[in-house]
Design a protein around this ligand. Structure first.
Ligand code: HEM
Length: 119
């Protein structure tokens, strides 16, 4: 799986959130002092991004069959480190209504146990 695939999944999540909430999300409150912002305009942005004091993608999970351990995957599946599931308040990508609209590879980011994020 590529960073582009993960970026597409995140973009989809925020687009769904905006429709459901009738407003654009304000992600700036994820900012983590001393770390790059939680943005993903480019794959490089995504690779560097931190949210709420943790990297969205821990460097050690890249290039190994550890994609499902990435903090952003945990955040979208269940919530990470005791924080609420993302995007806040839903809609969550894996509920049936939204799951259907994911393409195979974007869906696989959330549903495959063992996948490799290609550097
Ligand atoms: C490291 C992973 C993440 C953690 C720990 C986290 C945590 C949080 C928390 C605690 C809030 C509540 C509001 C606040 O205190 O500022 C929040 C808001 C939110 N998060 Fe996350 N988040 C993470 C990643 C993400 C990702 C990847 C997305 C994108 C899909 C996302 C989407 C949102 C949205 C849409 C809100 C509400 C924004 C608004 O009210 O305008 N978060 N997040």
């Amino acid at each position: 799986m590529t960073f582009k695939t993960v970026k597409d999944l995140l973009d989809k999540s925020l687009a769904d959130w905006a429709v459901d909430n009738g407003a654009q999300p304000n992600l700036t409150r994820h900012a983590s002092t001393g770390h790059p912002p939680m943005v993903w305009s480019t794959a490089a942005d995504l690779r560097a991004a931190w949210g709420k004091g943790m990297p969205l993608i821990q460097p050690e999970v890249v290039g190994k069959k550890r994609g499902s351990e990435a903090n952003l995957v945990l955040a979208l599946r269940t919530g990470v480190a005791g924080k609420p599931r993302m995007p806040l308040g839903g809609p969550y990508l894996l509920i049936p209504k939204f799951r259907k609209s994911l393409t195979g590879s974007t869906r696989a980011v959330l549903t495959t146990r063992s996948w490799t994020l290609r550097p």
